[in-house]
Design a protein around this ligand. Sequence first.
Ligand code: FES
Ligand code: FE
Length: 455
Amino acid sequence: TDHSATFEAVRAGMIPAHIYNDKEIFELEKGRLFSRSWQFVAHESEIPDVGDYVVRRVLDDSFIVSRDSKGEVRAMFNMCLHRGMQVCRAEMGNASHFRCPYHGWSYRNDGRIIGLPFHQEAYGGEEGFAKKGQTLLPAPSIDSYNGLIFISLDPNAESLKDYLGDFAFYLDYYTKQSKGGLEMRGPQRWRIKANWKIGAENFAGDMYHTPQTHTSVVEIGLFREPKAEKRKDGNTYWAGNGGGTTYKLPPGSFEDSMRYVGYPDEMIERMKETWSPEQLKVIGENGFMVSAASIFPNISLVHNWPKVEEHSDEVLPFLTLRQWQPISENETEVLSWFVVDKDAPEEFKALSYKAYLMCFGSTGMFEQDDVENWVSLTNTAAGSMARRLHLNSRMGMKIDGSPVVPALGPDEFAGPGEAHVGYGEYNQRHLLERWVDYLEREPNEVDAVSIGGLV
Ligand code: FES
Ligand code: FE
């Protein structure tokens, strides 16, 4: 099918509704988007010691992400070189070797073949089948930022730094609150019957849904009065390959802002040593506190500060990173990690974890509210009527394309990229524009690797 009309509509901020539940579009996403973009697989703190590993997927491809005996991080395609069995079937652990359960070929934790049963009898030894130089297929590209490990199935992928671009400025707020790095717990995993794009768009820029969808969370007294934190006066920003939303805080210094959302002074001190003057200025002088964000295509982050107890005055912040891992056009596996600064006081870590679970774990209150909408959207997008409807994704833009509010100037917002105060679907549009960029391009041919010394 020719999708050019669909892509053109998306570029104009009109979304053909069927893209949220369309088998053919999903095949294109697999072949052209997920085959090329950077995909988050793990954080280094999940595999701190030599031999530690986790097994993670990029859609249908399973990878062992391990710290090999020399301490280097590897990502290896989890398929035996012999007859293709999945080599490692545990989700995480520590191992010096992986042995295939089918016929017993074994591999070091850097992927090299080490043992091949009946090598001499079955293959004529090393000269009949050269083990030397044979390894589990490495991920075509691997790179990391702040300990976040990403892989790409594209051997010619641009560096992760270039891919993130100026979004790295914002990613530091979530993943580098001190020089000690961070700790991640999880992931919790669960499946939702919703298209993967909906969550990514929501976290990127949808502050418009909060007063409606999440009213009950405020009503039961777990958040400050919405009037105190003016959501509509917050902003949305987009930079590089990601964007997010902020809350507008009461005027004050950087320290005041961070105390307002519940950080203890010792953590605030470390942030001041870690972040650049511009990073401090966005939160302090400019008064914008980062909230949810997404990195194209399917990573989201949340920073929020619920009350410690109902109707208490004290709030406590938490951070979470999540991945919208597509299963099909109408199902997504959510992977959700709790994120906390490694140097944070233990008591803070414990309370912050509780706050995370209450809001965004698999049973979190926000989670329940959101997913109800997304499942329903996905269902409705499957039918024939949805093919006649172009949704309007032009909030913040007038009919003639001019902005409802002008972009913030550098004095008002010290962060890179483009930022606008108030409600707008700028980021949802950016996200889907990137999506079109990928879907329009044919992937490059990649060569297959033959095993056993044959060319
Ligand atoms: Fe792995 Fe045969 S498939 S040893
Ligand atoms: Fe929500």
